[in-house]
Ligand binder design. Structure first.
Ligand code: ASP
Length: 335
């Protein structure tokens, strides 16, 4: 029988109304009690709960580090993990785990729900049960079929570092616009084997990160002359328009020069969730060519942000950062 850890971090899936009428996380036993289907699975479940289950909007990098360390401690004892997590920042956590672990040979399947587990019409039960089934999938040699961090939601298994939360009210809450789904669940589970991540690295965990990353979203009317270039930004993600476009304005160029002068690495990431940054396509974007700028290509915003934190944590020089950022570390970017 496959042995799968069930790690509960919080999120709507395990919430109920508190005395103020607000949704707050309940303890793990109460969550498990509400899913009798767990007992019917032909899987040995190892329950694990973080010290304090949280609403995932309270997520901080220190919790990613704690979570990764907990997972690392379980790695030899189980065949895979199911991670219950709030949907709000699930994609960020998926990115963090996918970059912290190298050479994963076991699945880390994240899931949650839009309605709490005890509520009529909840999506929690299907999500948890299918997440377990994917976590327990093995080939004829007994190796895990999924060997990466994935998000299971509403009949689809997505690569975690390619997904983002697209809806706060539909059950189909996640989307992976730049990479096809890894698998789907219908009457049976159907896996797209060719799309699965396989690593040649040996297994390791590195939880270092540095959150000195700034974000500026361009919009018509943004006053660049009044926009400070903060000296504590080691990386600035510039959320440009469309295929990585920006205005041709002197104030914008001066802002970029101020940022560059601080030694901040600038990354061009588009506000569009689908498609890639294609620098140099439009004349209007010529200011972007006046400074040294990295291109997030078709990475999600979540992925570009967390990858920046992870690479900064590794203490890379600017030149090393420029070499490593565009590379695919765990399937987050197309070549
Ligand atoms: N606020 C909740 C959370 O992210 C939302 C959810 O789980 O769907 O923890």
């Amino acid at each position: 029988m496959r042995k799968i850890a069930l790690i509960y971090t919080g999120g709507t899936i395990g919430m109920r109304q508190n005395k103020h009428g607000k949704l707050a996380p309940m303890d793990f036993e109460s969550v498990a009690e509400k899913i009798p289907a767990l007992k019917l699975l032909p899987i040995e479940i190892v329950p694990v709960t973080l010290d304090r289950p949280i609403d995932s909007s309270e997520m901080v990098p220190a919790v990613w580090q704690e979570l990764a360390t907990v997972i690392d401690g379980l790695m030899d004892r189980v065949d895979g993990m199911v991670l219950l997590h709030g949907t709000d920042t699930m994609a960020y956590t998926a990115c963090a785990l996918s970059f912290m672990f190298k050479g994963l040979r076991k699945p880390i399947i994240m899931t949650g729900s839009q309605l709490p587990v005890g509520v009529l019409r909840t999506d929690a039960v299907e999500n948890i049960v299918s997440a377990f089934e994917f976590a327990a999938l093995a080939d004829e040699k007994g190796n895990a079929v999924i060997q990466e961090v994935a998000i299971y939601f509403e009949y689809e298994l997505l690569r975690g570092n390619r997904a983002y939360k697209r809806s706060s009210n539909e059950f189909n809450a996640f989307s992976s616009p730049n990479y096809p789904k890894l698998a789907s669940s219908g009457v049976s589970l159907s896996v797209n084997d060719d799309l699965l991540w396989r690593s040649n690295d040996s297994y390791s965990l590195d939880t270092r990160l540095d959150n000195a990353v700034g974000v500026v979203t361009l919009y018509p009317g943004l006053d660049f002359s009044g926009l400070p270039a903060l000296t504590n930004w080691k990386v600035l993600l510039l959320r440009t328009f469309g295929a990585g476009n920006a205005p041709k304005s002197v104030a914008f160029l001066e802002f970029l020069k101020r940022v560059e002068k601080n030694g901040t690495i600038i990354v061009n990431t588009s506000q569009c969730v689908s498609g890639a940054v294609l620098p140099g396509l439009y004349d209007s974007s010529s200011a972007l060519e006046e400074v040294k700028m990295l291109n997030a290509k078709d990475m999600t915003f979540e992925s570009a942000l967390v990858k920046s934190m992870i690479l900064l944590g590794q203490g890379l020089s600017e030149a090393e950062f420029h070499i490593k950022f565009p590379l695919s570390l765990s399937g987050e970017v197309s070549n």
